[in-house]
Ligand binder design. Structure first.
Ligand code: ACO
Length: 409
């Protein structure tokens, strides 16, 4: 069998998308959701694998800009909609799409590729490392108390229609994008994503509701959430399900969490996909009762090691030679000398002896400052060749703010 890879023709989108939908189980999606993904498709950056005139594989790469440590906004290909038809799996079609895609991304001059994975095991072999993590938890609002900072009472909350408030919410979002590695600048059309709320995806919860947090009439935060009512013999036992809680200041953030934790007829707040350093964890009286769990968030792949390492800054001075293995993108293989600090960085090829040995996957994992090189070394995935170099690199790569992407793609 030979399959042909080609750029997606807009006229073929429906058949192409059907392969993807089937690969994910074939459950009928809401037309509104399909319309959104169709509108967001950047056809010239999306690939189809064809067996004759049969579409059998899909993969796309959005043209994102990703916030990196130091606050710069760096071109990053957002790998998405990856699938291979059940009848054609384990014959190397994904591998051929990943190879073609990474070579395209390189040709487009984008130093990074990023993705969120259905199954993390798929992507390590292609050089993607888990670069951010998300926290999931349930606040038992009958048992857990919240201590809010001074000034919280001065924040006014106002319930509004989510669509009517979208512009104000997007303005808050835009101000937060440069403050946290892992966030993506909104491309036109992506502001529709938080409002996507098909009934079929609600699992018994209400339509999305919105509360704005205002200080002196200025919007300083918002919460988009739903209520899932439940009634037991003993009485009401509903859940609050936050979809987005975003604030420009601690008091606004606390006011929003306090509101969500005090909705009548509910007993818990189900927290999904929040940053690992989220403020609510320090507002609650008992974190353990919230049973936080962590999972991988964004995966990062350095497409061009030198350009990628120069695109971010380093929170402490660093001068380290990396010996990089990258069998899938061999143009990255070899020794790279990184010198940098909080102001900028230079990363060039060198013949000097290596200080730290790793593969491109570990560099991707460490890239946003959310996975420490020391912890990867503890797992045997990074090797120190010069005493002190590992700590130096690990501290430099860190970030005072944990990386986080608030949404999937
Ligand atoms: C960013 C995103 O879009 S994430 C969404 C990913 N898509 C899905 O999860 C949809 C359901 N799954 C699928 O469509 C397919 O199984 C895919 C796309 C994951 C894999 O496609 P395939 O064409 O079968 O992959 P391919 O044959 O190139 O496999 C390459 C290697 O990855 C391994 N592999 C593939 N899929 C998986 C998996 N789900 N888990 C573990 N290993 C896997 C293969 O065993 C193979 O290993 P080998 O090189 O040691 O032999």
């Amino acid at each position: 069998m030979t399959t042909e890879l080609r750029v997606l023709d807009p006229a073929e989108w429906d058949r192409w998308y059907e392969v993807l939908a089937l690969a994910f189980g074939g459950v009928q999606e809401d037309p509104e959701e399909i319309r959104l993904w169709r509108d967001l498709t950047e056809h010239d950056r999306f690939l189809g694998a064809w067996d004759g005139d049969l579409p059998v594989g899909t993969a796309g790469a959005f043209s994102f800009r990703l916030t990196v440590p130091g606050g710069a906004s760096v071109p990053a290909a957002g790998v998405t909609m990856v699938s291979v038809a059940g009848t054609h799996r384990r014959r190397g079609i994904l591998t051929s799409m990943m190879r073609r895609q990474l070579s395209d991304v390189r040709a487009w001059g984008e130093p990074l590729a990023v993705l969120t994975a259905s199954e993390p095991e798929i992507y390590g072999r292609f050089g993607y490392g888990a670069a951010s993590y998300t926290t999931h938890a349930t606040i038992d609002t009958h048992r857990v108390r919240l201590s809010v900072p001074e000034g919280t009472d001065a924040v006014a909350l106002r319930a509004v229609d989510p669509a009517a408030a979208a512009e104000a919410c997007e303005a808050v979002y835009a101000r937060l994008v440069p403050t946290r590695p892992g966030m993506l600048a909104r491309r036109p059309g992506w502001e529709r994503l938080p409002l996507l709320d098909p009934v079929g995806n609600r699992e018994g919860a209400s339509a999305r509701q919105c509360v704005l947090a205002e200080r002196d009439g200025e919007v300083v935060g918002f919460a988009l959430y739903a209520i899932k009512p439940d009634w037991s013999f003993a009485g009401p036992d509903g859940s609050v399900v936050p979809h987005q809680v975003m604030a420009l200041e601690p008091a606004a953030e606390a006011a929003l969490w306090r509101f969500l934790c005090s909705v009548d007829l509910t007993s818990r707040v189900r927290i999904h996909s929040r940053p690992v350093d989220d403020g609510w964890q320090h507002l609650v009286s008992e974190l353990r009762r919230c049973e936080p769990t962590v999972r991988e968030g964004l995966f990062v792949r350095l497409v061009e090691v030198g350009a990628a390492l120069e695109a971010r800054t380093y929170q402490a001075p660093v001068d380290v030679v990396f010996e990089v293995a990258d069998a899938f993108c061999p143009w990255n293989e070899g020794r790279w000398r990184l010198t940098g600090d909080t102001k900028g960085a230079v990363c060039v090829r060198t013949s000097e002896p290596a200080d730290v040995e790793l593969s491109v996957r570990e560099l991707g994992a460490a890239y946003l400052g959310g996975t420490s090189l020391v912890s990867l070394a503890a797992a045997g995935r990074v090797r120190e060749l010069r005493g002190g170099a590992l700590t130096e690199a690990s501290v430099a790569f860190g970030s005072p703010v944990a990386p986080w992407l608030p949404h999937g793609f």
